[in-house]
Design a protein around this ligand. Structure first.
Ligand code: KG4
Length: 334
């Protein structure tokens, strides 16, 4: 089963060809970072326009690299939610047209389900059930993956996503956009106890809900205070302290949930899963608790279309297809 898959929910245009949900035959990505960086963040209009400009070219290139013709495609999958609405619409309309023209099924895929499925591409042995922490620029959630298409959100951020916290902190530290990677790199030269940052506490009865806006504000306040008083700012120490705070908040909750559910397999997904502190802390925690850990290679952590093709395969097996009235959604339950 060959699936042509499309991802356009934010600032990466991507088209892939995936075989049976597990094997990548082609995985083309065009990053728009250079278009947005002068604005310090993604500009939705520019993102949508750029997707439109490159998506057809990327699809042709993906087919070339996979060494297949259009007629060999069995289905077309696309991210239909959540994301920047104008951006998602470009991928949805491209996928609709391709499916209609080729006479094959159209498969809508939830972006976060796609991130989770990146683990199927990286780890052929991984099968549900498992627990997955999905951490990206726009979403942070702890998911009980009962089966390939049967998932329950155990907890989520009440405010900012973990990636947003990194990106906004990086902005005040003058590290550019997107900020997660430069913060990660700078943190390696710093003392993770240099600043006493708050551990986000969340009121209510769900122990797996998270919060990152207070942490982000604490970093912004430290940076502004230093600027106004002329005090030296230990940027590397602040970056290291931030990585430690975010990691402790995520890893602790995930391990608690795994214990409560009796879950032995833990997966991590999304752009923030590239963070070296988070990866190292998960490795240590899982080794200690005797849990099996799955974290995709960096290339599959960020947005890509191969993960949409992987999840699309299982959605198709479950009969989750759509007609040409498929819409795009800025937000949608998992
Ligand atoms: O999954 P992704 O590519 O896009 C979304 O679906 O949102 O995630 C992008 C996010 C950005 O916030 C970026 O700063 C963050 O992932 N990120 C990182 C690292 N690499 C990317 N955050 C922390 N450490 C990293 N090494």
């Amino acid at each position: 089963m060959l699936i042509l898959s499309v991802e356009s929910s934010c600032d990466e245009t991507a088209v892939a060809v995936v075989e049976n949900g597990r094997k990548i035959l082609a995985d083309e990505i065009f990053s728009q970072v250079a278009l947005h960086e002068i604005y310090g963040g993604v500009v939705p209009e520019i993102a949508a326009r750029s997707h439109l400009e490159v998506i057809t070219y990327l699809a042709d290139r993906a087919l070339d690299k996979a060494g297949i013709s259009r007629r060999e495609i069995d289905a077309v999958a696309c991210t239909y939610a959540p994301g920047l609405i104008g951006a998602v619409l470009v991928g949805v309309n491209f996928a609709k047209s391709a499916a209609l023209a080729l006479g094959v099924p159209l498969i809508p895929v939830h972006h976060i389900r796609g991130h989770i499925a990146a683990n199927y591409l990286a780890f052929p042995e991984l099968e549900p059930p498992f627990l997955c922490l999905a951490i990206s620029g726009g979403n942070t959630m702890l998911v009980d993956v009962r089966d390939y298409t049967d998932m329950a959100v155990l907890g989520r951020t009440r405010d900012d996503a973990a990636g947003e916290c990194f990106d906004k902190s990086a902005r005040v530290l003058g590290l550019g956009y997107p900020g997660g990677k430069p913060i990660d790199e700078l943190s390696k030269q710093g003392d993770d106890r240099a600043y006493d940052l708050p551990r986000p506490a969340v009121h209510g009865d769900n122990p797996y809900d998270m919060s990152f806006s207070g942490l982000k504000t604490a970093v912004v306040n430290i940076a502004h205070h230093a600027e106004q008083t002329g005090e030296a700012l230990d940027k590397a120490g602040l970056a290291a302290s931030l990585c430690r705070a975010v990691s402790e908040s995520l890893v602790g909750r995930t391990m608690d949930a795994a214990k409560a559910l009796g879950q032995t397999q833990i997966a991590v997904a999304g752009g923030v899963a590239a963070n070296s502190r988070i990866r190292a802390d998960f490795e240590a925690a899982c080794a200690k608790a005797g849990k099996k850990l799955f974290v995709p290679p960096l290339r599959l952590c960020g947005d890509n279309a191969a993960m949409i093709g992987a999840q699309g395969y299982y959605e198709l097996l479950a009969g989750h297809t759509a007609g040409s009235d498929l819409n795009a959604y800025a937000t949608k339950a998992l």
